[in-house]
Write a protein that binds this ligand. Structure first.
Ligand SMILES: Cc1cc2nc3c(=O)[nH]c(=O)nc-3n(C[C@H](O)[C@H](O)[C@H](O)COP(=O)(O)OP(=O)(O)OC[C@H]3O[C@@H](n4cnc5c(N)ncnc54)[C@H](O)[C@@H]3O)c2cc1C
Length: 276
């Protein structure tokens, strides 16, 4: 049987992942990137011997990366070394008010208890709910391909969705557990990563607090670009051809079906599948 050809546009995390999965499923894959190097928003910038992350710097949810590499029989440590940061990060409330967030859960609870007596046991309840949301949210919602609403049509999932506080705001949820303004701000901050404020986002997203407090903040030795280097290496191991300086101008469609792409250079590449 003829091998099918797939063109994937963009070599950020998403494009690298799509290309590698297609190659592992026996497609011949060309990954086109308009920039001169892969990585998208996670590119690096080097000057005078120093390397800077251009985009992400927080490595949360290490299980997601483990899961990704495990699809190909690999582990993140086959490509880069991860360090769990301690303190995880610092929260700057004001000029002389800095809170270093300990990675260790008992130390974290002791810190909360000093700010608000009783907050440590409140955290246990808050985190137990957040863990449940993380596990159900990631496994039963985020990892579904979302091709049809029917994927989500199960009574169990409906009950889970109700238990996951989709109708209450994160802001109201946090205030049910904590009174101290400092702790409230600390618990509300992770949803900023989703581009929203705690007032406008459902309490489902306390799953981010579980990711933060329980799973930890990590960093790949050498910078975030190490993840991209690892993903590029794996993609190439699977046979993906990566072409940089190759900007796609148009996806060519025939009878409602993508047939290939045209680059700004004028070059045409035919494909059975185009992923953008
Ligand atoms: C400043 C900043 C800080 C961030 N901090 C964090 C963080 O700490 N932790 C975290 O988890 N996330 C963080 N993020 C978010 C994270 O970086 C992105 O979610 C992720 O990198 C997006 O990956 P992607 O593959 O979806 O898209 P992108 O990385 O945007 O990749 C898209 C690729 O497509 C290419 N492309 C676009 N059009 C064409 C075309 N016509 N032809 C060819 N190629 C094309 C682009 O050049 C790019 O390489 C941050 C983002 C930014 C910008």
């Amino acid at each position: 049987m003829n091998q099918k050809h797939a063109v994937v546009i963009g070599s950020g995390f998403a494009g690298l992942s799509a290309a590698t999965h297609l190659a592992a499923n026996n497609y011949s894959v060309t990954l086109l990137e308009k920039n001169e190097s892969p990585g998208g928003r996670a590119r690096k910038f080097t000057k005078d011997g120093f390397t800077f992350d251009m985009g992400p710097s927080w490595y949360w949810m290490p299980d997601v990366f483990e899961d990704y590499f495990s699809h190909f029989g690999k582990k993140p440590s086959d490509y880069y070394d991860l360090i769990r940061l301690d303190p995880s990060y610092a929260v700057i409330y004001g000029k002389d008010e800095v809170l270093n967030i300990p990675a260790n859960l008992d130390e974290f609870k002791a810190m909360l208890e000093r700010i608000e007596p009783g907050a440590a046991s409140q955290l246990d309840d808050f985190l137990a709910q957040a863990k449940y949301k993380y596990e159900v949210g990631i496994n039963d919602l985020v990892k579904k391909p979302s091709r049809s609403l029917m994927e989500f049509a199960s009574l169990g999932l409906l009950k889970d969705v109700l238990r996951m506080d989709v109708f209450q705001s994160m802001s109201a949820h946090v205030r049910k557990f904590f009174k101290s303004d400092k702790i409230i701000r600390l618990m509300e901050f992770p949803v900023l990563f989703l581009g929203e404020t705690a007032e406008n986002i459902p309490a489902l997203y306390s799953l981010m607090n579980y990711a933060d407090i329980a799973l930890g903040t990590w960093y790949p030795k050498g910078g975030m670009f190490e993840i991209i280097s690892g993903m590029v290496e794996l993609a190439q191991e699977k046979g993906v051809k990566i072409r940089c300086n190759a900007e796609v101008e148009e996806i060519e469609i025939e009878q409602g079906k993508a047939k290939g792409v045209r680059l700004i250079s004028g070059e045409r590449i035919t494909a059975d599948v185009v992923i953008a």
